[in-house]
Ligand binder design. Structure first.
Ligand code: SF4
Length: 287
């Protein structure tokens, strides 16, 4: 049966690009402390990392789960029970990481199971507008990546033709669904959008193009941008020699200056966060 969960629209889900078929495959369920401050807070964000991915970038920082499908298959009831246990730890929100290939499943799941914290949809940005519509009223916070302003890079690294326009339209749809950022009295985000961009080595023009797109999108809106410098070469990327380095300090500073001049509101990372120790541990069996 064909699949409409993401823009690839594979003819058969069982042999689709994301690789998960009908299973609900999960690589990690745990509080997570390395999201942006209004998401992680002091108690952590309640992350559910799905295995498989509809984008499968060659430089993926979580490739053990996204490419190699490390993880445990759960029934819907088992997923719900594990989420309840996670929420008992006091996390600020429920954060579905790499959820795009499970978007339609989550739309039904969140219809049945309502949770007492904001639901975060932490995705690649390469989203189907129809699938996002199915999440209306069920997701309060979107954390989409905006990876590329350069179509050639989108094709080279993610085999994702049309990424730029698809991601731009998805962003407009997310804003239609959740609107401006709202936070509680402790500064924890309750609804809204943070757009993330991971800088890639040697691709500063791509980064500045993403900021241009965001700046146009953000006019007269309260939305946030997060510039990430944590890129770490992982896995066998020898076919992409330009990705075998880290982001140069001067390139990051150039991007930071561009960000400051643009007037975009948001976050940036310390360059020290570019290290494999910041990649969460994943396992075939969940704890
Ligand atoms: S989620 Fe996307 S990549 Fe996966 S089977 Fe469906 S259309 Fe294909």
């Amino acid at each position: 049966m064909s699949c409409a969960a993401c823009p690839r629209r594979c003819a058969q889900r069982s042999s689709g690009f994301c690789g998960v078929g009908e299973k609900i495959l999960v690589g990690r369920i745990a509080p997570h402390f390395w999201e942006e401050p209004p998401i992680s807070g002091t108690k952590g964000s309640g992350t559910v990392f799905f295995s498989g991915c509809s984008l499968r970038c060659v430089f993926c920082q979580n490739r053990a789960i996204s490419h190699e499908l490390l993880g445990q298959a759960l029934s819907e009831q088992e997923l719900h029970e594990r989420i309840c246990r996670l929420l008992e730890t006091g996390v600020h929100n429920l954060n579905f990481v790499t959820p795009t290939h499970y978007s339609l499943f989550l739309a039904e799941f969140l219809e049945k199971h309502r949770y007492p914290v904001p639901v975060v949809y932490n995705c690649s940005g390469y989203e189907s507008e129809e699938a996002l519509e199915a999440l209306r009223g069920k997701v309060q916070i979107f954390l989409p990546d905006f990876k590329y302003s350069d179509e050639a890079l989108a094709c080279r690294y993610s085999a994702a033709p049309g990424y730029v326009e698809i991601a731009r339209r998805a962003l407009e749809k997310m804003y239609e669904l959740v609107g401006d950022v709202q936070s509680d009295e402790e500064g924890m985000m309750q609804k809204g959008i943070i757009v993330r961009h991971l800088m890639l080595p040697g691709a500063t023009e791509n980064t500045m193009g993403v900021m241009d797109i965001f700046e146009r999108f953000a006019r007269r809106k309260k939305v946030l941008f997060s510039l990430m410098s944590q890129y770490t070469p992982v896995g066998d990327i020898s076919a992409y020699p330009e990705l075998c380095e880290r982001v140069q300090k001067e390139d990051y500073e150039k991007a930071l200056n561009y960000l400051a001049l643009s007037g975009i509101d948001g976050f940036c990372q310390e360059p020290e966060s570019a290290d494999e120790i910041y990649i969460p541990p994943f396992a075939a069996e969940l704890e």
